[in-house]
Design a protein around this ligand. Structure first.
Ligand SMILES: CC(=O)N[C@@H](CCC[C@H](N)C(=O)O)C(=O)O
Length: 380
């Protein structure tokens, strides 16, 4: 596809509009309306649209289809206060597109726009999926009637990579992203007056000990040749500086490359919690929230994708290593062969940073590349 200035301007304008209205999982009401408005402006001759919860599914009928090719984007934002001071910063206090889903959606809309004007040989299905950051929209959308009637035969998705230069695409066959499980632990004990610690069981101290104990799991219970992560991202406790807290809560995430390690880590967490109950005379309640399976790229399709990318001159292709990020796109890949790849956006600040600042030049590069790639997949 050749360079098109008007397309580039439309992509940037859409990305900025979406960037200003980030919404959490299954609350993407304005986002859904925005997507539907863009779709309404596309030629409707061979385009069909369905909504599912706060998501949207689009089918473009091919000229002479023998298969259906899928492309998925996530659409939700994160509970982060934006600190970019950009003129198109989030208008939703405490919410930010800090994982690039605004760019992901813009690229998907650019692809729909192109193929609604240039009918492909094969059917194309675009999935605008809610709640990737949690609690997970992929599993329920996969089970939905709307998706099952349009189920693709192969499927693709991208994720922005702040650390890669614009114009770079990276991926690998096999495991790309880790298995994940959320982790929520509540601690309950006897609170009281700050001056009488001997009459209480302090849940600030108990939870602090527990956070420290968790650090030993990956260091001491997982093989050094395996990889795993236990991160606590949020700690909450107490009501006032001179009251000993009777409640504490920690929230985190577990990442592993194998399901066996995930099971081992959970068993170890439960063991440590039992020990803590005895040591601090408290109660603990563990909730694992939602979990995602690994992102596993199909070997044959990834090899074709890589050879296409390596021979596509505006793109620099890089073979990357796996990462401990999670993505519920893994559930699509469990059922449908396909792959996910990284798209370079060259930001000094990384994913989930309040200062993430992706280079918008990546938008038209991704649309042009994916138009040409999807055309190569639909022409045979
Ligand atoms: C690409 C990315 O950043 N994805 C998220 C997925 C979150 C999964 C789940 N809510 C969890 O926290 O375990 C990530 O944090 O990797």
């Amino acid at each position: 596809m050749s360079y098109d200035k008007a397309l580039e301007e439309r992509l940037v304008a859409r990305r900025r509009a979406l960037h200003q209205i980030p919404e959490l999982g299954f609350q993407e009401f304005k986002t859904q309306q925005f997507i539907l408005q863009v779709l309404e402006k596309c030629p409707q001759k061979f385009l069909h649209t369905q909504t599912w919860e706060t998501g949207v599914l689009v089918k473009i009928n091919g000229i002479d289809p023998s298969k259906t090719i899928g492309y998925r984007t996530d659409i939700d934002g994160l509970p982060i206060v934006e600190e970019t001071s950009s003129p198109f910063s989030s208008q939703h206090e405490g919410r930010m597109h800090a994982c690039g889903h605004d760019l992901h959606m813009t690229i998907a809309l650019g692809l729909v726009e192109h193929f609604s004007r240039n009918q492909p040989a094969q059917n194309l299905v675009f999935i605008f999926q809610p709640a990737e950051e949690g609690p997970g929209g992929a599993k329920p959308i996969l089970a939905s009637e709307e998706f099952r009637t349009w189920k693709p035969d192969e499927i693709y998705a991208l994720h922005i990579a702040p650390e890669l230069p614009v114009g770079t695409i990276a991926t690998k066959p096999g495991i790309l992203f880790a298995n994940t499980s959320e982790l929520f632990i509540d601690f309950k004990g006897k609170g009281g007056h700050a001056a009488y610690p001997h009459k209480t069981e302090d849940m600030v101290v108990a939870a602090s000990h527990f956070v420290t104990q968790l650090q030993s799991i990956v260091a001491r219970n997982i093989s050094p040749l395996d990889s795993a992560v236990v991160t606590i991202g949020k700690v909450e406790a107490g009501t006032k500086q001179n009251i000993i807290a009777e409640n504490a809560r920690i929230e985190g995430t577990i990442r592993t490359l194998s399901l066996e390690s995930m099971k081992d880590i959970k068993a170890r967490i439960e063991g440590l919690a039992k020990g803590l109950e005895v040591a601090f005379r408290c109660e603990t309640t563990i909730d694992y929230g939602s979990n995602y399976c690994q992102v596993y790229n199909d070997h044959t399709l990834t090899d074709s994708f890589i050879s296409f990318a390596e021979n596509y001159s505006p793109i620099t292709f890089k073979r990357c290593d796996k990462a401990m990020t999670g993505e519920d796109f893994g559930y699509f890949l469990e059922e449908i062969p396909g792959l996910m790849f990284w798209l370079g956006v060259n930001s000094e600040h990384g994913l989930h940073s309040s200062k993430l600042n992706a280079d918008e030049a990546s938008l038209s590069i991704a649309v042009n590349y994916m138009v040409d790639f999807l055309e190569s997949r639909t022409s045979n």
